[in-house]
Design a protein around this ligand. Structure first.
Ligand code: FES
Length: 357
């Protein structure tokens, strides 16, 4: 199981009035463990008012830069994002878990691939890492970025993206969409809609030529883009997406209620981790294995507790669980028996899960 390490803040600065970029100083003895791929994230932990608070933030730097950098936008009522934007300073230490996540495809310097990427607001953070890395390491690949923001002032990495455009002027195009300011063309005013995506796929995106598509933003935007791009002829296997919020739909709420009703009472749970075993009986106050285990005193990895980050994943060895939501594991992982422990409701009297699968 990946552990947290105490890492020093090398630098912190604002890119917009409510978004800070933090660079971490990874010590020499942890460099290998902290190697990462474009599109991966770091899970950060700190204690705020006595509470253990954790969040996952995408790396916005590229592995080619030999830097570990995240961008954190302050959100209303956000404990961790407020801590980073208002309190954290250069020289402070933060507990960080080594990079993880699979929002990426392999680099292939021999290939000339065409990428399209969609981002909304701070969804740009993994996307900018992906763009920088592929453009630097695949000299014949191209990118089209479709980037949605409220206003010009709120565009995170506006300058860095412009610089990339200048550096790779014949391989990188940017299309800004704004919701609170008027642009020169109606197409670029407001959010992505079915009609706008149809215009994009007819006039700007050569769908048959697209090799990969990356999308990062809220769930409704991701699923609209996914469905419309598939309708326009893009193979669904070429579409990769990452949620940065987990809004639960009404249909999901009904499904979750049914799953929780199936919960077995007093399940005997065994957690295997690195050869050690931890046994406990599920307290009826908790509906998922992670919360039950933490309450019983286990030390397990987690961050979002919303089924998004996959930090808490484990493998079911014995018994059965049902996941309330799953925004992180793909069908192959689920078929292998992997589950998100923060979403795993035990439905048998005995469950054994392995965190070191
Ligand atoms: S803690 Fe993020 S998916 Fe479970």
């Amino acid at each position: 199981m990946a552990k947290f390490h105490n890492i020093q803040v090398h630098d912190i600065y604002k890119v917009t009035k409510d978004c800070s970029v933090v660079t971490f100083q990874i010590p020499d003895d942890l460099i290998t463990e902290f190697q990462y791929k474009q599109g991966q994230h770091l899970t950060l932990k700190t204690i705020i008012d006595g509470e253990d608070v954790r969040r996952s933030y995408s790396l916005c730097s590229s592995p080619t830069e030999n830097k570990w950098q995240v961008a954190v936008k302050k959100i209303g009522g956000g404990l961790f994002s407020s801590f980073i934007n208002d309190t954290l300073k250069k020289g402070d230490f933060v507990e960080i878990m080594p990079p993880s996540g699979k929002f990426s495809v392999e680099i292939d310097a021999e290939k000339a691939k065409n990428y399209i990427v969609f981002a909304a607001g701070s969804g740009i953070t993994p996307i900018v890492s992906i763009i920088k890395t592929h453009l630097a390491q695949e000299p014949n690949s191209t990118f089209k970025l479709f980037y949605l923001n409220r206003s010009v002032k709120s565009i995170i990495f506006k300058e860095e993206i412009e610089q990339l455009k200048n550096k790779y002027f014949n391989r990188f195009e940017i299309f800004h969409f704004l919701t609170k300011e008027q642009r020169f063309s109606e197409l670029f005013n407001g959010r992505f809609t079915k009609e706008k995506i149809q215009i994009l796929t007819e006039k700007i995106i050569d769908v048959p030529a697209v090799d990969e598509c990356f999308i990062c933003g809220p769930e409704d935007m991701i699923f609209l883009l996914r469905d419309e791009l598939i309708a326009a002829g893009l193979d669904k296997d070429k579409i990769h997406y990452e949620l940065f919020t987990s809004g639960i739909s009404d249909a999901d709420k009904i499904r979750i209620k049914k799953i929780v009703e199936q919960k077995a009472e007093g399940t005997d749970v065994t957690i295997i981790d690195g050869g050690k075993e931890f046994h406990f009986v599920m307290d009826e106050a908790y509906d998922n294995i992670l919360d039950g285990a933490l309450a019983a005193g286990a030390d397990l990895p987690f961050a979002c507790k919303g089924g998004v980050c996959s930090t808490c994943k484990c493998k079911v060895i014995e018994g059965e669980v049902e996941m309330k939501v799953n925004y992180a594991l793909d069908a192959h992982e689920v078929a292998r028996g992997l589950v998100l422990s923060c979403q795993a409701v035990p439905i048998t009297d005995k469950v054994v899960v392995d965190f070191g699968f």
